[in-house]
Design a protein around this ligand. Structure first.
Ligand SMILES: NC(=O)c1ccc[n+]([C@@H]2O[C@H](COP(=O)([O-])OP(=O)(O)OC[C@H]3O[C@@H](n4cnc5c(N)ncnc54)[C@H](O)[C@@H]3O)[C@@H](O)[C@H]2O)c1
Length: 340
């Protein structure tokens, strides 16, 4: 099966691509490689690549593929907040256009990396796929708009599937430190402090990037009617955690560190628990292999081997927003994120 993975040079993509190859998929990537100077450890595996902005994709780029896994996006809230319109351009409008082109050229399986963050504020409810959307940021709103618009394209020649990933974690050649587990462990390892920005009560559903890939593999292999216009949460019921539990795992893993609450720590409104029953009913082979505690251990071991320093962690290399801002200031990227 010939699969095009957009955003294959990012945090998730660089772990997903080798796993897809191992499972026998023929993979091509499409990415503008915004984080080309941000490699952590070994370089990502090279695969045939269309080095292109997703906003400029043409029909001939995607003709002949059996499926698209669409990961390319501005992937975090602060990045989305610097210029919300850019987030809507790349994450929403370009995704819908990509889906339209895919449909026009006969690529009938379109997997979209959606996010549980579209549920937004939820309090104590456990949210399943029928829950109301309450997106708080342009990033989360962009995911809602893509699902709304791309689901309209579904017909007997085009089957989109919306994989609503929980908050990801894990080690990757394009690591991100802005994700809660990766962040707490990095901070603890480099400063001896586990810094909680809330009072520790908010809930978050978590999922390892390899388990996200397992869901993608299931969606690539499933019969068309199973995935047709499907929206499904990706994660596991047992992997909803309160921040203070995660802090405890970090304390038990990283030697000599203490939990510290930020001065203005209060209950974070973005607290939500997610129900993951549906993914098990639609993909009987899907099973998460990771737990948050294992993720904490994986990050700790990796930072130790790498010798991660506070400067590495705080510098612009691994901070998506600081890195992009710096590339713009140097004139390497235009304000709308095209390479110059
Ligand atoms: N990491 C998470 O917690 C999480 C959770 C839910 C959903 N997702 C989604 O999964 C996808 C991948 O996330 P990630 O963590 O790997 O993000 P990332 O920022 O690490 O990678 C995104 C990749 O997309 C590329 N890209 C960005 N804009 C592009 C453009 N205009 N044209 C071509 N390529 C472009 C970047 O160069 C990068 O390689 C995103 O859609 C994200 O919203 C991530």
């Amino acid at each position: 099966m010939k699969v095009l993975v957009t955003g294959h040079r990012g945090f998730i993509g660089t772990v997903m691509v080798p796993m897809l190859l191992e499972e026998g998929f023929e993979v091509t990537g499409l990415d503008t490689d915004l984080y080309r100077y941000c490699t952590y450890g070994d370089e990502p595996l090279a695969v045939p690549t269309i080095a292109k902005d997703v906003r400029q994709v043409e029909p001939r780029d995607i003709e002949g593929f059996d499926a698209i896994v669409h990961l390319a996006a501005l992937s975090n809230d602060p990045l989305g907040n610097i210029n919300p319109d850019l987030t809507y351009d790349i994450n929403h409008r370009a995704s819908v256009r990509l889906a339209e082109i895919a449909k026009a050229v006969g690529v009938d399986r379109f997997l979209f990396a959606s996010s549980c963050s579209m549920y937004g504020k939820a309090g104590e409810d456990v949210l399943d796929e029928t829950a109301e959307f309450n997106p708080v940021t342009p990033y989360a709103k962009s995911k809602v708009y893509v699902e709304r618009d791309v689901s309209q394209l579904a017909d007997r020649h085009f089957s989109p599937v919306f994989l609503r990933n929980a908050t990801a974690y894990g080690v990757s050649p394009r690591i991100r430190f802005d994700l809660v587990i990766n962040n707490l462990v990095a901070w603890a390892y480099t400063t001896g402090k586990i810094l909680l920005k809330s009072d520790g009560t908010p809930w978050r559903p978590l999922v390892h990037i390899e388990d996200i890939t397992q869901a993608v593999i299931c969606a690539l292999r499933a019969d068309k009617p199973v995935i047709h216009n499907l929206a499904v949460n990706v994660g596991s019921n047992s992997e909803n955690y309160q921040m203070r539990e995660l802090a405890q795992f970090v304390k038990e893993t990283v030697p000599n560190c203490e939990v510290e609450y930020a001065e203005d720590a209060g209950p974070d409104p973005r607290s939500y628990k997610v129900n993951f029953d549906k993914i098990h009913s639609v993909f009987p082979d899907f099973k998460t292999r990771w737990t948050a505690r294992m993720g904490v251990e994986q990050c700790y071991e990796s930072y130790r081997r790498f010798g991660l320093s506070k400067d590495d962690y705080e510098g612009i290399r691994y901070k998506r927003i600081a890195h992009i801002t710096n590339l713009i200031e140097q004139g390497k990227l235009s304000r709308d994120l095209f390479w110059q």
